[in-house]
Design a protein around this ligand. Structure first.
Ligand SMILES: [Zn+2]
Length: 244
């Protein structure tokens, strides 16, 4: 393996490592998520550069014996600095990063592009609730888990236009109400289903622009955050605080 690596990456997490160093988790298009040591980060000149949510060009060194990446240098491309002024946007950005960590599968390039664009949109003032809805919806597509909104995945029956859907926890997908599990409160009304259908083929920015009534927006956001939580296997720290 190459010892010197240049890669685009987004900083998902940054934590102290020993007295003087930091360890950061990076999402990269080709290597997936990797941990990188930033030596002397608390005192050195690299300290201010590797903040959470930063997208940049990273110059790394890989030690094949210790199987460890360390940071040589970084060229920031977008620090998403406007996020730091708005607590709710920080929570939203943190949620997007946590979902990336928890659900990353095959296509890290797609995940990188989705997260980078989502952080850009959050930093540019996009409506937070709609961004959250569309982030989860696109992420489910990338993960190959996007719901079939035309027919029930359990019994194959085509849905009626005005049908309210239930949810199958075992399939992690909406299904007809007769196939849904007992006591499950995840209902998808027809309007919300139409909205998800229409936006499925749209680019992220375009989908986030599409307006919804306040009530619909709130309901669909609640649904998608719940969906995200189930898909991630529960225990999302960024949802536990209830800020989103
Ligand atoms: Zn069914």
């Amino acid at each position: 393996m190459e010892r010197n690596i240049t890669t685009l990456a987004i900083v998902l997490q940054s934590r102290r490592w020993g007295e003087l160093h930091r360890k950061v988790s990076l999402l990269t298009p080709e290597l997936g998520i990797i941990d990188v040591l930033v030596y002397g980060a608390r005192k050195g000149r690299q300290a201010g550069k590797v903040e959470r949510f930063l997208t940049g060009k990273f110059f790394l060194y890989y030690n094949p014996v210790r199987k460890e990446y360390s940071l040589v240098d970084v060229e920031p491309l977008s620090v998403h600095e406007t996020l730091v002024d708005d607590l709710r946007r920080i929570w939203a950005a943190s949620f997007c990063c946590e979902m990336a960590v928890r659900t990353i599968g095959g296509d890290s390039m797609q995940m990188f592009l989705l997260l980078n664009e989502s952080l850009d949109l959050l930093a540019q003032g996009a409506v937070v609730d709609r961004l959250l809805i569309q982030y989860v919806w696109k992420l489910l597509h990338i993960a190959g888990n996007a719901a079939d909104l035309d027919s029930c995945p359990v019994c194959d029956r085509a849905y009626a236009p005005d049908e309210v859907l239930g949810f199958s926890v075992s399939l992690l997908a909406p299904c007809c109400r007769s196939c849904a599990g007992q006591g499950d409160e995840m209902a998808l009304p027809p309007g919300a289903r139409r909205y998800l259908s229409v936006t499925a083929s749209m680019e992220l920015a375009q989908a986030v622009e599409l307006e919804l009534s306040d009530a619909a927006q709130l309901r669909i956001k609640g649904y998608m955050l719940r969906y995200a939580s189930l898909f991630a296997g529960g225990g999302l720290k960024t949802l536990a605080a209830g800020v989103l």
